[in-house]
Design a binder for this molecule. Structure first.
Ligand SMILES: O=C(O)CCC(=O)C(=O)O
Length: 281
């Protein structure tokens, strides 16, 4: 995308510090400060919010009528298919390059993106493991979580159970009251550290691994916590068994046309970063 026609391209390389890579591999999560400038992120914000509004999953029910998961955030998927500006954000080579560096892999593909907007008065995000949902035969999965506005712990920024990614699957728990109760217990039982919720400037981002336990407190402010997420996996990953309805759903929606045992490389899973390749987005 040309700078004259829209927001600045997010294609320049961002070199992750060795200490940040070590922290991610040890803890399963890390915050990267200044991944975009405030100006860059604000140039994309309106278009991302607009794409979120236009997404077919827009929530019609008032907060009080939703269950725990529904109260946690408004959730809109694959905004990159709604607008060229949203696509330029999600397909950012800079973001994907950071995902590859943190995982220590040469090349990553897109799984999907999500806007997760925690409304004023919105509820807590229960403890959960993302990879429970994903039929991907790899531990090389990672989510970028980037607020589009300055975000404080009172707005419900993320917290993580450090080291939980090394435990792999901790059971079949979809996000909700049961996962909250079970994983709170597991965290205590295993003596895992709950990382503190941090403050984010717009343009800071956290990254967490697919098996990392994470949650977020309620939004106690009057400001919408607007966050964008992009989920990546290592190129070369194969589709795993579709052994429960959530994984069947994810294969059908995000890995279209890919059968178990085949490479996870459908039309919605482009390569977003390949080491050595220079490409502008
Ligand atoms: O934004 C939140 O509150 C939770 C985000 C999350 O669960 C994720 O990005 O995997």
């Amino acid at each position: 995308m040309s700078a004259a026609l829209g927001p600045p391209a997010l294609s320049s390389a961002f070199v992750v510090q060795d200490e940040e890579v070590r922290a991610f591999q040890r803890d399963g999560h890390v915050v990267i400060r200044g991944l975009t400038s405030r100006e860059e992120v604000s140039a994309y914000r309106d278009a991302l919010v607009e794409a979120g509004r236009a997404a077919p999953q827009a929530e019609p029910r008032p907060l009080a009528e939703r269950d725990t998961y529904g109260k946690a955030f408004l959730q809109m998927f694959n905004l990159w298919r709604q607008s060229e500006v949203a696509k330029a954000f999600v397909f950012s080579r800079r973001f994907a390059g950071v995902a590859a560096q943190l995982m220590g892999v040469p090349s990553v593909r897109l799984y999907h993106d999500q806007a997760l907007f925690k409304e004023p008065g919105g509820g807590a995000t229960p403890w959960h493991q993302d990879q429970f949902y994903w039929p991907l035969e790899t531990d090389h999965t990672i989510t970028l979580w980037m607020p589009l506005v300055p975000a404080t712990p009172e707005m419900g920024t993320m917290r993580f159970a450090s080291g939980s990614h090394r435990l792999g699957s901790l059971g079949d728990f979809a996000i909700g009251d049961e996962s909250q109760q079970e994983f709170d217990r597991v965290i205590d039982e295993k003596g895992l550290r709950r990382s503190p919720c941090e403050s984010f400037e717009a343009g800071d981002a956290s990254f967490h691994a697919g098996w990392t336990l994470h949650s977020a407190p309620p939004n106690r402010t009057t400001t919408m916590r607007e966050a964008m997420t992009v989920i990546y996996f290592a190129d070369g990953t194969r589709v795993g068994p579709l052994d429960h309805p959530n994984r069947q759903f994810d294969r059908d929606v995000w890995l279209q046309g890919c059968e178990p045992g085949e490479p996870a490389a459908g039309p919605l899973n482009p390569i977003l970063y390949e080491a050595g390749e220079s490409r502008s987005d």
